[in-house]
Design a protein around this ligand. Sequence first.
Ligand code: SAM
Length: 156
Amino acid sequence: MKVHIIAVGRLRGGPEADLISDYLTRFDRTGRALSLGPAQIVEVDDRKGGGMAAEADLLRRAVPKGALLAVMDERGRVETSPRFAKRLAGWRDGGRSDLALVIGGADGIDPGLRAEADFALSFGAMVWPHMLVRVMLAEQLYRAASILAGAPYHRD
Ligand SMILES: C[S@@+](CC[C@H](N)C(=O)[O-])C[C@H]1O[C@@H](n2cnc3c(N)ncnc32)[C@H](O)[C@@H]1O
């Protein structure tokens, strides 16, 4: 199952970009034997003035046809890492070949797009900067693959 992290705004280098690249490389490597990955970041333009609805159209267009759509949203479901790993495996076993994980911009995710999603995942009730959410999501993907592979990265 290919993973597409679809996010608003362009990251041009810096520590976040290095961490994301590192975690996604590790995810790809660990996930290969588990039919998970590869993962890629797809960036859409930050539509200043266009509003959330215009941004939602750009995000929608980046979602591959037939993909399972999960949005990142502080109002979504909070999960433990092992539970998220199980969920990821369940999505893979459900036969979807693509998973789209959508991160909103500064104003959040358009309610219409949120309503279309199959799932909403929360990293807690606090609001995090969207660039950090990219890093955290990349890390959780790697952690999930490690858990499923029985690798010692995650410790309860
Ligand atoms: C700066 S936040 C926007 C928050 C915005 N005030 C709202 O009402 O949605 C940008 C994006 O980061 C993601 N995000 C921020 N905090 C999050 C959290 N605790 N859990 C999951 N995703 C989060 C969401 O995708 C959100 O749309």
